[in-house]
Design a protein around this ligand. Structure first.
Ligand SMILES: Cc1cc2nc3c(=O)[nH]c(=O)nc-3n(C[C@H](O)[C@H](O)[C@H](O)COP(=O)(O)OP(=O)(O)OC[C@H]3O[C@@H](n4cnc5c(N)ncnc54)[C@H](O)[C@@H]3O)c2cc1C
Length: 544
């Protein structure tokens, strides 16, 4: 039996979904926010170095679990079923807050060129590179809204060439030893270093306290609630409005449509695994780039035989993430002062304007490395066991610095999400099948940026450096994006500039899947800004 009809159902209580829910509920619309995971606190998960959202050898602390496998296709075309803690799974998270519950909290605005990649660089063979249908200026007010409502700290005017109308609301944390060393070296090289903008309280803000600088930040819940995600900002406001019900442990199965092709609601398995039908006037998908594509592809009907929004076979295509690239440097003196979160200083000198390269990447120092991660970070030629390895760990854990950056990837049509014809999850829903490769140019960009990272470390005094560069393996992962491209042409995109699915006027998408390109920056602030824009659009055009 169908549940009581609401104005809007929002699927996924992550970065995009939490924000849209708040915009709709606070504008007076009745809503249900459905999340497949639970609402964690910092106290129901231990600081376990082997089971968190960054190092997950023993599982992903904030989901999903083994009830939600995927299928990965390898170079030979062979398939294997993968669990969420396998790199090939491309996991982000499954809980209230989504990725924002345990993320590193870097809060980057994309630069104006990131929205105009085709106009800036021209067509690239083997890539569907295109411009966004909206500009940086269209998104600028919503970046500001995210920075102030969710809460971002950093320099008032970060040295990213992304013009802003208002400074950031909070100052950066005081500099660590590593920060001071890298800042001086960057300046000597003629670069423009600055503090990374972070979704983190550095002073009391929004009724919560400041960061206590512990070493378990990225991948973990924040014990003092100083890391700002949707779970501790907009979702509580949404619920306080009285207009929205959050239902956790609810797995959405399918989007329902009527005989005219309009969406009528969704079906989901509730926390007792009973199938429920939730009717709604509008549905907003914010299940992240891979799961949103899966939902559309799994919603087949007479009018949509290949899945909703997939008339031109673009749903699930152009899966992107970030090819992480950079270098590690060893020093002859201690550079580690155990002040979290670790990542603090960045340069954006190499995001654009690199000769012969399409795009580029920011470079910044890394979050504090867990010992289990450092054990793998050996110089070329060194074995990862034995006395020499132990000696290396003892000597260099406190004498090492990593500088890395997210390469802007070129979208590839065959890097894709499909649904598997045979494998089903715990609830009997066909699972995601992931296949394809990165564009070869991403590998070249990765090498170029890694060389810049090595030069920065050497200038800082590193006695040995070595690069870490990407291969052509399929991208996605925690920065997954691109599978439901935004565009003006329904033949080459899935949603229009307001993120409404071309075919269906009451179905919207508000997560990373709508990104045409994914910038040379971590993507969450752009996902948040766009979700504010989409939420405002829906609420403004809502006819009561
Ligand atoms: C450890 C870690 C560190 C990160 N660090 C950074 C960083 O420093 N800066 C940055 O910019 N980004 C970072 N990210 C990435 C960032 O968190 C993501 O880009 C962002 O959360 C994606 O937003 P989204 O709205 O697309 O999806 P998500 O935030 O992933 O939200 C999607 C939600 O939908 C739910 N869902 C999916 N399918 C269903 C279904 N069928 N039914 C019900 N619910 C469903 C999921 O459980 C999830 O909660 C990090 C991520 C992780 C995990």
């Amino acid at each position: 039996m169908a549940l009581k009809r609401v104005n809007a159902v929002i699927v996924g209580a992550g970065a995009g979904g939490g924000i849209v829910a708040k915009e709709l509920a606070c504008a007076g619309m009745t809503a249900v926010l459905l999340e497949r995971g639970k609402w964690h606190t910092a106290f129901d998960s231990r600081k376990d170095d082997l089971c968190n959202q960054r190092t997950s050898q023993l599982g992903c602390a904030f989901g999903p679990d083994e009830r939600s496998p995927r299928v990965a296709v390898d170079d030979a075309g062979d398939t294997r079923v993968v669990q969420p803690n396998d790199w090939a799974y491309s996991n982000n998270a499954a809980c209230v807050g989504g990725g924002t519950f345990s993320y590193g909290a870097m809060a980057w605005r994309f630069m104006p060129q990131d929205f105009r990649m085709r106009s800036t660089y021209g067509a690239v063979e083997g890539s569907t590179l295109n411009d966004w249908p909206i500009s940086y200026q269209d998104l600028e007010p919503y970046y500001e809204k995210a920075e102030w409502e969710i809460g971002v700290s950093g320099e008032a005017e970060p040295a990213v060439k992304a013009p802003r109308n208002r400074p950031l609301p909070m100052p950066p944390l005081p500099d660590s030893k590593e920060h001071v060393l890298l800042e001086a070296a960057a300046k000597r090289l003629g670069l423009h270093p600055f503090h990374i903008p972070m979704l983190r309280n550095t002073v009391p803000y929004n009724g919560r306290g400041a960061c206590m600088r512990c070493r378990w930040c990225v991948g973990f819940a924040c014990e003092v609630d100083a890391k700002n995600g949707t779970h501790n900002t907009v979702i509580p406001k949404t619920l306080a409005s009285g207009n929205c019900e959050l239902r956790t442990n609810c797995m959405v199965k399918e989007i329902l449509t009527d005989s005219r092709g309009r969406v009528t609601g969704i079906t989901y398995f509730d926390s007792e695994n009973h199938l429920q039908e939730q009717p709604a006037d509008i549905v907003v998908l914010a299940a992240s780039a891979i799961e949103t594509a899966r939902l559309l592809l799994n919603s087949k009907s007479r009018l949509f035989p290949a899945g909703i929004g997939n008339r031109h076979d673009w749903v699930g295509r152009n899966l992107q993430g970030h090819a992480y690239t950079g270098a590690m440097g060893l020093f002859g003196f201690d550079v580690f002062d155990d002040l979290g979160p670790g990542a603090s200083i960045a340069i954006c000198d190499y995001n654009h304007g690199n000769p012969g390269i399409v795009g580029g990447a920011l470079l910044c120092n890394e979050f504090i490395r867990l010992p289990i991660q450092f054990a793998d970070m050996t110089p070329p030629g060194m074995r990862r066991w034995g006395a020499a390895h132990k000696e290396y760990m003892r000597k260099f854990y406190k004498r090492s610095v990593i500088v890395m950056g997210p390469v802007q990837e070129l979208p590839v049509f065959d890097a894709r999400v499909q649904v598997d014809p045979t494998v089903k999850d715990f609830w009997g829903i066909p699972v995601v099948r992931l296949s394809g490769h990165r564009h070869p140019a991403d590998v070249a960009t990765g090498k170029y940026i890694a060389a810049k990272a090595e030069a920065w470390l050497k200038e800082a005094g590193a006695i040995q450096t070595w690069p870490r560069t990407p291969g052509r393996e399929l991208s996605g992962g925690q920065h997954q994006a691109g599978t439901c491209r935004m565009g003006d042409d329904p033949q080459t995109s899935v949603v229009d500039r307001n993120c409404r699915v071309h075919d269906v006027d009451n179905l919207f998408i508000a997560d990373g899947s709508v990104h045409v390109t994914n910038g040379g920056f971590n993507p969450v602030l752009t996902i948040m800004a766009n979700a504010y824009r989409v939420g405002e659009y829906i609420a403004r055009n809502w006819r009561r």
